[in-house]
Design a protein around this ligand. Structure first.
Ligand code: NAI
Length: 492
């Protein structure tokens, strides 16, 4: 009875789109429908031109091409998809709340709640509800309470449908989503211990078993599964903040953070991955999930635990500000009217996602000092860049302040859209962005940046030609020999 042949997924974003495309690819016997209220997004998922897909991920176009209109469908008919499906994934956004209680910290669950209510309103048969979104621990309880409180339908001959809630957090990393989905380190499924719960876990595990080895499918209690996702992101981000903290000390002492990272990474207890120092982490998840964890700890009256994790985010703010400040200091204490070229705007390479990208915050700091910023990114559309900067003006979070800033009493200025559009220029080619620049800042680690003709770039720049490598990807020796004034992260 639990053989699932029809799946719906609510939310066609960075998680819902790729995750469902891979399920459809690996399970041709299951019809998978991804729905979203955003009509433009759905139209883009259905575009015959695969370069128009709303999410850029290496290999995703091939996966979509293989199953789209075979057993993978993208639609705006949310209710129709809910009605048909035996299993419904909720993969909507869960941003940080920007209002009211928990503002700036707690996860905003309004989109998830709307989904739960809509499913309860529409469903006439039993459904398995799968939390794919990252949610605070104990959200499944709330979803179940909402769904089971739906009023009985007086005219319906059948008994009220039963809803079973599972937690199945997604561990994919953007930029390697398809690879991660094809070959996950593990799949985590949390469910209730009762019979319904166990049967639902079994049904979902059976789907993953089409391509994931059994020993990598972990099943847990539902709260453990919810908390594991927040914990995984907190640990990952903590590693980055740890190495970034030491990058500041390296710069003061003449040690080299890449050498230190390599030396400690060979210790098998530490391991080599995720020890790359940079301008700071970005992305929609790390900061949001840690703040959410901090909020939960405060809620449960664990202030020491909350403060411990909050420091990971504060250090990240510090790293971004430190980078911007270093640019200003080096350029003789002002960047006003100076042309600063940005290589990269996405929060990491191989994605078009810019949410919480360090580039946004660094640009904002430089704009406060009236720099002229010229940006090139291989995948991010121009309007996205303006939208990111405009959004930040309205949604500043109190940031950790570096010493010099703390002495200043002025809060950051809110820049008008006109000012942003006057000072920020987006280019179609990297060379145009860097021509006549006073300085170049590398904000994203796109591979192509290493392969540019750096002599040509040097010749077209103003001198001294400063380069601030926020990702430590450029060839130091080559650039120094050409004559650049190169500054790397974590190198005195
Ligand atoms: P996203 O913002 O790219 O996509 C969410 C989509 O849900 C949007 O297209 C939105 O229009 C749609 N939506 C919202 N409410 C809806 C409703 N009531 N009915 C239909 N559609 C609705 O978000 P993303 O990045 O895919 O993240 C989704 C969840 O997955 C979040 O909870 C996030 O924390 C989690 N996650 C994200 C990862 C990532 O790398 N982006 C990785 C792992 C988890």
């Amino acid at each position: 009875p639990n053989k699932v042949t029809n799946i719906a997924c609510i939310g066609a974003g960075y998680v819902g789109g790729p995750t469902m495309a891979v399920i459809a690819q690996k399970c041709p016997h299951i019809k998978v429908t991804v729905v979203d209220i955003n009509e433009k997004r759905i139209a883009d998922w259905n575009d015959i031109d695969l370069s128009k897909l709303p999410v850029y991920e290496p290999g995703l176009d091939q996966v979509v091409a293989e199953s789209r209109d075979r057993n993978l469908f993208f639609s705006t008919d949310v209710e129709g998809a809910i009605r048909e499906a035996q299993m419904i994934f909720i993969s909507v956004n869960t941003p940080t709340k920007t209002y009211g209680i928990g503002k700036g910290m707690a996860a905003d669950l309004k989109y998830v709640e709307l989904c739960a209510r809509q499913i309860a309103d529409v469903a006439t048969e039993d459904k398995i509800i799968v939390e794919k979104s990252t949610l605070p621990v104990r959200t499944a309880q709330a979803i179940r309470t909402i769904m089971n409180a739906a009023p009985a339908r007086p005219n319906s001959p059948s008994p009220a449908p039963r809803f079973t809630v599972l937690s199945n957090p997604e561990f994919l990393a953007e930029g390697t989503a398809v690879k991660d989905l094809h070959n996950p380190d593990r799949v985590l499924i949390g469910g209730e211990e009762d019979e319904d719960g166990q049967r639902a876990i079994e049904a979902l595990a059976t789907i993953y078993a089409n391509w994931v080895p059994g020993e990598r499918i972990l099943t847990t209690r539902i709260w453990s599964s919810e908390l594991s996702k927040l914990t995984a992101n907190a640990f990952l981000a903590q590693r980055i903040s740890s190495i970034n903290a030491l990058s500041a000390l390296c710069e003061k002492t003449g040690a080299d953070v890449d050498e230190v990272a390599h030396a400690i990474g060979t210790d098998s207890r530490i391991g080599p991955k995720f020890l790359k120092s940079s301008v700071g982490f970005g992305g929609s998840c790390f900061q949001k999930d840690i703040l959410n964890l901090v909020y939960l700890c405060r809620h449960f009256n664990l202030p020491e635990v909350a403060d411990y994790w909050e420091q990971v985010v504060k250090l990240n703010d510090y790293q971004k500000q430190r980078f911007a400040k270093q640019i200003i200091d080096t350029l003789f204490n002002t960047v006003s009217g100076k042309k600063i070229a940005f290589l990269g705007w996405a929060f990491k390479k191989d994605t078009n996602d810019t949410r919480e990208s360090a580039a946004i915050y660094v640009a904002d700091e430089l704009l406060q000092d009236r720099a002229e910023i010229h940006i090139y990114d291989p995948k991010v559309p121009t309007e996205r860049i303006y939208a990111d900067l405009e959004y930040l003006q309205q949604h500043r979070r109190p940031q950790a302040v570096i010493a010099d800033r703390a002495k200043q009493s002025d809060p950051p200025e809110t820049l008008s859209s006109e000012a942003i559009r006057r000072l920020v220029h987006v280019h179609k080619t990297p060379y145009a962005a860097m021509e006549q620049a006073h300085a170049i800042a590398v904000l994203t680690e796109w591979d192509e940046f290493r392969t540019y003709d750096w002599q040509k770039i040097y010749d077209a720049m103003r001198k001294p030609a400063f380069v601030f490598d926020g990702r430590n990807i450029l060839n130091r020796e080559e650039l120094n020999n050409i004559g650049f004034e190169l500054q790397s992260i974590g190198r005195g």
